[in-house]
Ligand binder design. Structure first.
Ligand code: ATP
Ligand code: MN
Length: 149
């Protein structure tokens, strides 16, 4: 039934828990994992310090840092897949996490998304993180498996 499982990660504890479930599922059903992390360019600087962002002086190093972090999160997933001999395709994107997750899911023809209920935010009292909420409510028929924290 499932042959390409997309696992988006922000490196958080819940994302790692979701990844473990997704990878084990992939192993059982013989699916390939798409490991995706999005460097979230909405973040911080442009809202907090518009003038600095406009000058471009901090934007690039911050984006570089976010991409590096995304690379490390994806690499960690790749290692977990290797341990279980699960085929994995690492993907790094930049932009809005919800938009990029849906875009990549469609582009790579994922047939299941396994995602954490929460991520890195301190606002963990919310029932569901906004990325997961957005993915569930997006305009696609791809099923979503939400792993709770
Ligand atoms: P919020 O960001 O809404 O303040 P949160 O950080 O607790 O709250 P989400 O960001 O929705 O919750 O995270 C839920 C799940 O979405 C994570 O476990 C992870 O699987 C996925 N996710 C979140 N951000 C990203 C990202 N930048 N790239 C890839 N996956 C992500
Ligand atoms: Mn988040």
């Amino acid at each position: 039934m499932f042959s390409k499982i997309l696992i988006p990660t922000d490196g958080s504890k819940t994302a790692r828990k979701a990844a473990q479930a997704g990878i084990e599922l992939a192993q059982k059903v013989g699916a390939t994992v798409i490991a995706l992390s999005v460097a979230d360019t909405r973040l911080h600087i442009s809202q907090a310090v518009p003038a600095v962002a406009a000058s471009g002086r901090l934007k690039e190093p911050i984006e570089d840092y976010l991409k590096e972090a995304a690379g490390a999160y994806v690499e960690a997933l790749r290692k977990e897949c290797d341990k279980l001999s699960v085929k994995v395709r690492p993907v790094i994107a930049r932009g809005h996490p919800v938009e990029e997750i849906i875009k990549e899911a469609k582009r790579l023809k994922a047939d299941l998304i396994v995602i954490g209920s929460h991520g890195r935010s301190a606002l963990s009292a919310a029932v569901l993180g906004s990325v997961t909420y957005g993915v569930i409510h997006s305009d696609t028929k791809i099923p979503v498996l939400v792993i709770r924290k």
